[in-house]
Write a protein of this length. Sequence first.
Length: 186
Amino acid sequence: MSVEPLQQAIRSTRAVLSGVDREDLGASTPCASWTVSDLVNHIVGGQFFFAAVVNGETPSGERKDFAAGDFVAAFDQGSAASVAAFGAEGAMERIVHLPFGDLPGSMFVGIAATDTFIHGWDLAKATDQPSDLEPDLAAALLSTVGPFLPDSMRGPDGEALFGPKQEAPDGASNADQLAAFLGRTP
C-alpha cells in the first residue's frame, strides 16, 4: 500500500475537523465513551503516534489536550509528520512495533488511513456534518480492512478496539458501510 490512502483520509478528516466549533467539544460521538473533545484529541494525537511508530520511536505516553488549542493546526503538523514518516525510504518495508503486534509499514499505513478516515466519519456524525465522505476511499478501506479484522478485536465500547459488526441499511454510503463494519451504527 502507498501513502496516498492516508493522504486522502487526512484531507477528508481535516475538512471535518475544520467544521468543528468549540460548542461541539462536549457533545457525544458514535464512540460512546468519547466526547467530541476526546475524539479530536485521538484524531490529532494519532497522527503524531503514527509518525513516532514508523520512525522507530517510542510514542510519548503524554495525553495532550489538542482540543483546548488550535486543533486544526496541530492536526496539520501531526499529519505532515505522519506522511513524511510513511513516505521515507524503506518505511513500507520496515517492521513497526505496535501494542497489538509487529507489522510491516505497508500494512500499518492502511491501519493509519482507516483510523484517520473512520474517526473523521465519527466526528462528522457527532457534529452534524455530512458523513458521506470520500466514497472511493471508503470502499477501498473496507476491502482492505475486511479480511484482516479478527473477531477477537471486537467487543464492548471502551473494552475492545472495535465494536461488533453492524448491518448498514440498504443504500448506505460506502463510508456508512465501513462504519458499520467497524462497529458503528450508521
